[in-house]
Design a protein around this ligand. Sequence first.
Ligand SMILES: Nc1ncnc2c1ncn2[C@@H]1O[C@H](COP(=O)(O)OP(=O)(O)OP(=O)(O)O)[C@@H](O)[C@H]1O
Ligand SMILES: [Mg+2]
Length: 225
Amino acid sequence: MPTLTLDHVTYTYKNAQRAAVSGVSCTFEAGKVYAIVGPSGSGKSTLLSLLAGMDLPTDGEVSLDGKNLKKLDLDRYRRESISMIFQAFHLFPLMTVMENVCFPMELCGVTPKDARPRASLLLEGVGITKEQMARFPSKLSGGERQRVAIARSLASSAKIILADEPTGNLDEANTQNIIEILCGLAHEKGYCVIIVTHDLEVAEAADVALRMRDGELRHYSEVCP
Ligand SMILES: Nc1ncnc2c1ncn2[C@@H]1O[C@H](COP(=O)(O)OP(=O)(O)OP(=O)(O)O)[C@@H](O)[C@H]1O
Ligand SMILES: [Mg+2]
């Protein structure tokens, strides 16, 4: 079960005046849901990109189970250890729902014959019907699209889910539904789920709420006792 650790992590974009992430230390464990809130520009997405191995810290260390990401094969880390979910879903518009979920498995060498039944199970697990699986993403509601994006993120072996505003485009009922799915993945299946959100409902449902401000990270309770 993976543990992601940040040790005094700082990240400054090229030519930027100040660090987007500044001296952040934190541990993210398997089986838990973490919510990161904070004002626009406070460094939340930058922090996720550091956890995802898309950027490497300017200072400090990000490590997976004690191994510094700098020393890992980052392509492999991103492919095998991390799944990402975005506010805008990022589904392939010209592929059906089924094809969207099969695609990452086929990239990893699973044959279409084996990928389809597995994709079907993952999609059923998030409440997508057989009929919906044959549709294009544009023919689904926002909540349904986000559930497809979650099913697709589960198609890989990754046990760490990084979600950037996954409920940002959804109404309350769909938000609740996505929270339940993500909490279920952490609590019942041992995923480590890290959610950047403006949604206080999501932050309240998380096991640990964190707040970013000017690039620094604090436990929410330290900020709002
Ligand atoms: N590619 C980039 N180059 C230079 N500066 C950047 C880049 N991306 C982000 N920044 C800056 O880094 C800071 C943190 O940005 P980041 O996107 O992490 O904020 P955020 O907390 O995710 O905001 P939001 O809630 O609006 O998504 C901001 O000041 C932003 O302008
Ligand atoms: Mg952001």
